[in-house]
Design a protein around this ligand. Structure first.
Ligand SMILES: NC(=S)c1ccno1
Length: 250
């Protein structure tokens, strides 16, 4: 997978050189290119923003640097797809006004050969950039959650990790991806390791007995109960009600 990221703070993306994502890059599983938006300005101050039309606080990111930066990204697409058209990336723009970024969307994007990320700052990017980009490639505005960050870079770090870890070969043991939170609509079960007794607290007996069927049943029940307690919105109403009812009876 090729990833392009455009930002006025390229160093913010340095953590993508670390850990499993960094190894995936060194192993050739990820081809990451970070571009400094200011390299696509033409004034002495490398200006990327200006005051908003209509007034209001803050500054808005100017359209021209973005169009030149994204044209530069598009020009990297040498390969031609089956229909004879130059391959283009899907452009992801992180922002609080976007559709929720979910595990399902991470899985969907992990199947894409090329993603580009635009990191907005200030009060946002001039709306005409979204229109301009949408005429050249698929554009998705995605949000990590209902809160506001100072820019898109932190969101890109999270999204790239969530997507890249799903690529074959990035996580050493693909089994680790099974039964994770949100993979199948349930939260993950609680985990324990040695010692069997710590701080006077015991590991659940079922996990010590080696009965794999009983362990699987216990883990599934824990997932249902944990989901009902923390994220009932993920459960069908009836399942949430009965699981919560069982919890309250204890
Ligand atoms: N909630 C998200 S993804 C965001 C990006 C910038 N500000 O908030």
């Amino acid at each position: 997978m090729r990833l392009d990221v455009v930002s006025i703070f390229p160093d913010y993306l340095a953590p993508l050189d670390l850990s499993l994502i960094g190894k995936a890059r060194r192993d050739g599983l990820l081809d990451l290119h970070v571009h400094d938006l200011r390299d696509f300005t033409h004034d002495r101050h490398r200006t990327v923003d200006d005051t908003p039309y209509g007034g209001g606080a803050g500054m808005v990111m100017k359209p021209q640097p973005w169009s030149e930066a994204l044209d530069h990204v598009l020009a990297q697409g040498k390969s031609i797809d089956a229909t004879g058209r130059r391959r283009v990336p899907t452009l992801i723009v992180p922002g609080p006004g976007g559709e929720p970024f979910t595990q399902a969307i991470a899985r969907e994007l992990a199947d894409e050969p090329w993603l580009a990320f635009a990191c907005g700052r200030y009060e946002g990017i001039d709306e005409r950039v979204y229109e301009w980009a949408g005429e050249r490639m698929p554009v998705r505005v995605l949000s990590l959650g209902d809160y506001v960050l100072n820019g898109g870079e932190v969101a890109v770090l999270a999204m790239v990790e969530a997507i890249a870890r799903l690529l074959p070969g990035v996580i050493g043991n693909a089994e680790s991806l099974v039964e994770e939170s949100h993979e199948d609509g349930l939260l993950e079960y609680p985990v324990y390791t040695k010692p069997a007794t710590w701080d006077g607290r015991e590991v659940p007996e079922v996990l010590l007995g080696g009965n794999h069927a009983a362990i699987a049943t216990w883990r599934h029940q824990q997932r249902v109960e944990r989901t009902a307690a923390r994220r009932p919105d993920l459960l069908p109403p009836a399942a949430a009600t009965s699981a919560l009812g069982e919890l309250e009876e204890r």
